[in-house]
Design a protein around this ligand. Structure first.
Ligand SMILES: CC(C)(COP(=O)(O)OP(=O)(O)OC[C@H]1O[C@@H](n2cnc3c(N)ncnc32)[C@H](O)[C@@H]1OP(=O)(O)O)[C@@H](O)C(=O)NCCC(=O)NCCS
Length: 143
């Protein structure tokens, strides 16, 4: 997803998708990756605008939920775009053979989320304080 302003692209992100199984149920999940605003364009609201639009896109695509991690200092940035902290939740990235958890030593990550569908909202509490087996693979190891 690109934010275009008068022929330039000051901000961009990727929306990733995966079917996940959590607490015995299947959910369609979306996540944010490679969120970036060019250095000279930072602090002008482009990032917030794009991250808000990504959430709206996930809703429009009828996903059950959105889920991703960020460095703790960016929590307020994502909250200002409508995302919420998923308390105590850890995302397990990588693969089952080579897991890449968001609580590994040296990481200070929080898990952000939003629950869009009725099925997602119903299961929301089961994601709290849980380890979520995302396993997105070897390329985007962790959302
Ligand atoms: C994070 C990032 C995308 C924000 O983009 P931006 O266009 O500058 O964001 P906005 O102008 O919409 O700023 C929104 C708010 O987030 C805050 N913010 C931005 N970057 C921040 C950071 N690194 N740490 C803490 N707060 C930050 C801003 O201060 C602003 O807060 P305010 O409205 O209270 O003043 C940009 O700083 C960036 O590209 N950083 C490097 C890449 C990165 O860290 N990506 C996130 C990966 S999870």
């Amino acid at each position: 997803m690109l934010l275009v302003d008068e022929g330039t692209v000051p901000a961009a992100l990727d929306i990733l998708f995966k079917e996940i199984v959590h607490a015995g149920r299947c959910f369609s999940a979306g996540g944010l990756s490679t969120v970036v605003t060019s250095k000279q364009a930072r602090g002008r609201g482009y990032g917030r605008q794009l991250v808000t639009a990504a959430r709206e896109r996930m809703i429009a695509q009828s996903l059950d939920l959105g889920l991703f991690t960020c460095d703790r200092p960016l929590q307020a940035f994502y909250e200002s775009a409508g995302w919420r902290v998923l308390p105590g939740a850890v995302l397990i990235g990588g693969t089952p053979q080579a897991p890449f958890p968001s609580d590994q030593p040296g990481f200070d990550k929080v898990t952000m989320s939003d629950f869009f569908s009725a099925a997602g909202r119903q299961a929301q509490a089961s994601f709290h304080h849980s380890r979520i087996e995302l396993y997105p693979g070897e390329i985007d190891k962790l959302w």
